[in-house]
Design a protein around this ligand. Sequence first.
Ligand SMILES: [Zn+2]
Ligand SMILES: [Zn+2]
Length: 114
Amino acid sequence: MTELNHGLVTTLPGHVRKSDGTDGICEKCDERDCTVILQGETGSFGREYGFLCDECYKETTESVGSCDWCGRYAMLSPIRAMDEGLAGPVYDVCKTCQDMEAKRLEKERKYTEM
Ligand SMILES: [Zn+2]
Ligand SMILES: [Zn+2]
């Protein structure tokens, strides 16, 4: 079967669709109208969507892919591995992993202060 069914929502995270103009303001710049909807991780909390304007979307597309740490397909941001010092490698990591890393560093900081 080669027939594509566009009515079904079987899109993978990272999928992009055009906004019909009723999605409000861009989440990133908070200025321009949202024109693009980016599907983020599909997890137990349901789908996460990013609502972006054209310009923010152009900036973002480069950082959509597989997370260097958990391997999930998501919107990524660069993060430096603190353990490896300031010259350490920079990873493209999803929001979930970034939050986890931030919590971990926070914990470590508390330990060393005690
Ligand atoms: Zn924007
Ligand atoms: Zn991740």
